[in-house]
Write a protein that binds this ligand. Structure first.
Ligand SMILES: *[C@@H]1O[C@H](CO)[C@@H](O)[C@H](O)[C@H]1NC(C)=O
Ligand SMILES: *[C@@H]1O[C@H](CO)[C@@H](O)[C@H](O)[C@H]1NC(C)=O
Length: 374
């Protein structure tokens, strides 16, 4: 069978395929602020043409579906609260912040994965995600999980440009890119999967060395994007990594009776990194290009500290399985799943629920507004 990002469903009959086609063409318009048919409201009358996304599972809508990796999520219970409960390959129960952002800008309801083989020209032109679950800023991180490194994501973007140029010409493509919003979300895996979890980098790098190394890679990636024509770039910092259920489990494995709580030393690394990143970005804005830092640390930490304020009653474990360690293939149709994911900060042992993503989106909205007004 030819690989497809809808691989879960292609195993079934043409009738079902047809139904899925109908369903996906109906997805538009089910949510969001529609005025008339398929016309979304554009805050500040923005003229953003498209959204292009790079990074890890926090922004991957299904690029890993066709890859030979275990870092996948295109099966239930993932997508349980997505339109028609489709497990698209998003690592959560519903939509991602990037979907909400595209919808808010007035582009479309969902940012599709670039590797989806059946993207229309309109989908391509309004933006895609190149992100890959398990990836990081450090190419070695993607290698550990057999997923798509940022460098390769950039190569896909170059390929994307050629595809679109062939359809609408070079000038129009250039204009499209110059009016697009670029978003980058990566870095957590470099610490959680790579640095803290293996000796590959740790044996020859101090933590500060490694943070500097990641910053250099970030800077190079931003420069590469600028070379490719990016003019508005948003980059999110690290979350409080010590609050991820899997990190808590890793650190308390030897003493299961210890109460679950955030591992502050891990979170501190993220906080420190975010400060270094912001310092670096200050020197990177040019007349042509604006790079905006987006803070996810504070809002996520606030959710963990004040769960009731947000309707959460489960903080330190995910909704899927025991919530202590399951993610990707370990969170699967055989897992017990909580009844109401909106009561949980985390969907699996690493990834936030849609409810958390929605709160994050709300806190990021002023930052998005800044980008819309540039
Ligand atoms: C957006 O454009 C409409 C129509 O041109 C105008 O009435 C409205 O004031 C504009 N809104 C903003 C926020 O600029
Ligand atoms: C699920 O939980 C959320 C957040 O606590 C709550 O607002 C909602 O009413 C719950 N839904 C159901 C069906 O109980």
């Amino acid at each position: 069978m030819k690989c497809s990002c809808h691989v879960m469903f292609l195993r079934y009959s043409p009738v079902l395929l047809f139904l899925i086609f109908i369903i996906s063409s109906n997805i538009k318009g089910e949510t969001g602020t529609l005025t008339k048919k398929n016309v979304l409201i554009r805050p500040f009358n923005n003229t953003i043409s498209a959204i292009f996304v790079f990074g890890d599972s926090t922004v991957d809508p299904g690029n890993n579906n066709c890859r030979p990796t275990v870092t996948k999520s295109n099966f239930p219970p993932y997508g349980r609260d997505f339109v028609n409960h489709i497990p698209t390959g998003r690592f959560t129960n519903g939509r991602l912040v990037t979907d909400m952002t595209a919808s808010y800008i007035g582009l479309k309801e969902f940012v599709p994965p670039y590797l989806d083989p059946i993207l229309s020209l309109e989908e391509l032109m309004t933006g895609v995600s190149f992100a890959s679950g398990g990836s990081g800023l450090d190419p070695l991180t993607a290698q550990i999980s057999g997923v798509i490194p940022l460098e390769q994501q950039l190569e896909y973007f170059k390929e994307y440009k050629i595809r679109v140029e062939n359809e609408i010409g070079e000038e129009k493509t250039k204009l499209l890119i110059s009016k697009a919003m670029f978003l980058i979300s990566a870095g957590t895996n470099d610490f959680v999967i790579n640095y803290f979890n293996t000796h590959l980098r740790r044996h020859s790098n101090t933590l500060l060395d490694y943070q500097q190394f990641l910053l250099q890679l970030t800077q190079q990636f931003l420069k590469d994007l600028m070379t490719e024509g990016a003019r508005v770039i948003g980059i999110v910092g690290l979350p409080p990594m010590g609050c991820l259920p899997v990190v808590i489990t890793m650190k308390t494995a030897g003493s299961p009776l210890q109460p679950r709580q955030c591992i502050d030393s891990y979170s501190e690394v993220g906080k420190e990194y975010n400060q270094l990143l912001q310092n670096m970005l200050k020197n990177m804005n040019t007349y042509d290009t604006k790079i905006i830092y987006a803070d996810i640390y504070s809002p996520l930490y606030d959710m963990v500290q004040n769960p009731n304020k947000y309707g959460f009653n489960n903080v330190y474990s995910g909704c899927c399985g025991t919530g202590l360690f399951e993610l990707a293939l370990l969170c699967n149709p055989n897992s017990l799943v909580c009844i109401n994911a909106s009561e949980y900060i985390f969907w699996d042992a690493v990834h936030p629920t849609q409810a958390t993503y929605y709160n994050l989106f709300n806190s990021l909205r002023p930052t998005v507004d800044v980008m819309l007004k540039l």
